[in-house]
Design a protein around this ligand. Sequence first.
Ligand code: HEC
Ligand code: HEC
Ligand code: HEC
Ligand code: HEC
Ligand code: HEC
Ligand code: HEC
Ligand code: HEC
Length: 409
Amino acid sequence: MTFKSKIAYTIIVLIAVLTVLFFWVYQGKEEVYQTVAKVMPTHYNGEQFAGSETCIACHQDIYKSHIQTPHFKTSALASPETLKGTFDSSAHGVDLIDAVAKIEQDGEDFYQIITSKSTGKVLDRSRLDIVVGSGVKGQSYLSFNDDFLTQLQVSYFTLTDDFINSPGYPNYKFVRSVTDNCIKCHVTFAKNGDFKGNTNIYERESFMYGIDCERCHGPLKKHVDFRTGQLDQNNIDPVVRIDSLARQLKMDVCVQCHSGLRAIQIKDNPFSFVAGERLDKYAKNYNFGRTQAELDVHGNQYGLLTSSECFKNSDTMTCTTCHDPHQKQRGDAQHFNSKCIECHSSPKELHTAQDFNTSQPTNCISCHMPLFPSQTMMVKLGNDNKETSVDIRTHLIGIYVDGVLQKRR
Ligand code: HEC
Ligand code: HEC
Ligand code: HEC
Ligand code: HEC
Ligand code: HEC
Ligand code: HEC
Ligand code: HEC
């Protein structure tokens, strides 16, 4: 080889190495962001999702208010914008029997680090990939290990603005696999490696975070195509008009997530149900045998509401009688009380003067839908065994005296 060709050879090798290095680094970067859905996924029923941004053009007001709701914010990629809590050195670790778990920030990324108490050795370092919960009550963290999804040991508890051992976790180092049965109520869509949704292997690109339009309305690419003239106008618009459905079908849109765990999957995958179908064909609760009094207030607004006299004695009451699904309404007592009065037009006559001898005679929900501590959203704080729980408004509308439901006369 001449000197010249040696140089040429070296340059070629160098370029080759740099090219390989570039793609390797670039791919590494790709991996970091691959959890963002690039191409909208296709639902199990063959319909394609359009993504809520395509709705803006025609349903701007609904879109604008929807993105403010806890539904929309109930899951996201973990980032400084989506994570609640303080991650500096003042944040205290979660004390386990044999270790301490802490969340630490590293640039834009966050890691859970579990350190052994006896040896000081780092036992686990997992990145926070997905955050679950808008933070009304708290947030949990999910982490990908390759395509395997797990829930981390630490959660954030809003009431105390602090980190806790995740609800239901033992007080030693533990890893919980995340199957569809966990995330089905917190994302719009995700494709599991197994049709029944029983594994924790996911197609990371298939995730649609948050409870978005198409979680309630079903995948709507065809509706968008139809309305933008890209679909033959002889077709019919496939969009389901929820407000014209029968009462139970209308409720089922909400009930898929607000009736307790509904852990028995009778048919298909946990994401298969779409608006307009009968939910009972797809999933059932295993706590059917429970008496009303035992129905927990966490997540089972359906069971509680349907046990109420208001629901049983009216033909029209559904979740959307009181809730606008596109609005953030927490704390708007005036709105909710106005709904009571639509059916109970002269509340004065319903009450003895004594009952109304209160500073807030018109705050119907404070007496008839009182706050109760949740039995499932309960946490032990620190080392004392005192339990603190979140208060949830019961949907068992009724007459309460000292927190006890009075039997109907
Ligand atoms: C190009 C305009 C356009 C786009 C884009 C569009 N829509 Fe529509 N949508 C309409 C029109 C027009 C109607 C019919 C309104 C009516 O009949 O009152 C409609 C009706 C609907 C309805 C039924 C309303 C009812 O009466 O119950 C829903 C739900 C809906 N759209 C959701 C969506 C969602 C979700 C998206 C985004 C994925 C979307 N739309 C995108 C124009 C559009
Ligand atoms: C059957 C549906 C369902 C399943 C399954 C479910 N959740 Fe939830 N989750 C809810 C609902 C509904 C709420 C809102 C609380 C309520 O009912 O008032 C909630 C609340 C939460 C919150 C608090 C959110 C906030 O902003 O305060 C977190 C965190 C959470 N869930 C995490 C999880 C994790 C982790 C799993 C899996 C192990 C899971 N959930 C499984 C329905 C579900
Ligand atoms: C939590 C479930 C849920 C989500 C999320 C949701 N919707 Fe709806 N939407 C409903 C229900 C339920 C109705 C019917 C309301 C009724 O019965 O009065 C409805 C009605 C509508 C209607 C017709 C009535 C109206 O208010 O004009 C349109 C259009 C619509 N939704 C579009 C959207 C768009 C666009 C998004 C996302 C930006 C969205 N929805 C997100 C549940 C939802
Ligand atoms: C895909 C599951 C899912 C569906 C469908 C769903 N919800 Fe929810 N809902 C949730 C979860 C999860 C939360 C907790 C959100 C959070 O704070 O992270 C929630 C929270 C709420 C809240 C509390 C909001 C707040 O301000 O804290 C209300 C009210 C509610 N849902 C009503 C409804 C109604 C009404 C429907 C039907 C139109 C419905 N949901 C459909 C899962 C669902
Ligand atoms: C869709 C109509 C409707 C709405 C909305 C409604 N109710 Fe009722 N409610 C009824 C009917 C019907 C009954 C049974 C007849 C009766 O006792 O007046 C009832 C019964 C009651 C009872 C007696 C319960 C018992 O166990 O004896 C109370 C208390 C009550 N409602 C309070 C409320 C409050 C508070 C609200 C608002 C959060 C509300 N209702 C919203 C229709 C409604
Ligand atoms: C009679 C009116 C009424 C009906 C019907 C109703 N809700 Fe509610 N809901 C309320 C009120 C009032 C609150 C408390 C709002 C607040 O905290 O500001 C509430 C709160 C909630 C919350 C938050 C719970 C909490 O304490 O964090 C959820 C979730 C919810 N409703 C879901 C539903 C679902 C699902 C249905 C149908 C099965 C339904 N609601 C039907 C009046 C109603
Ligand atoms: C300070 C607590 C309190 C407030 C606020 C309150 N109620 Fe009541 N309500 C009661 C009690 C207690 C009863 C049982 C009847 C009695 O002893 O007067 C009752 C009874 C009722 C009944 C059943 C009457 C019957 O005989 O079947 C209805 C319906 C009702 N209230 C609706 C409302 C509505 C609507 C509002 C809001 C405008 C409201 N209440 C505000 C405490 C309250």
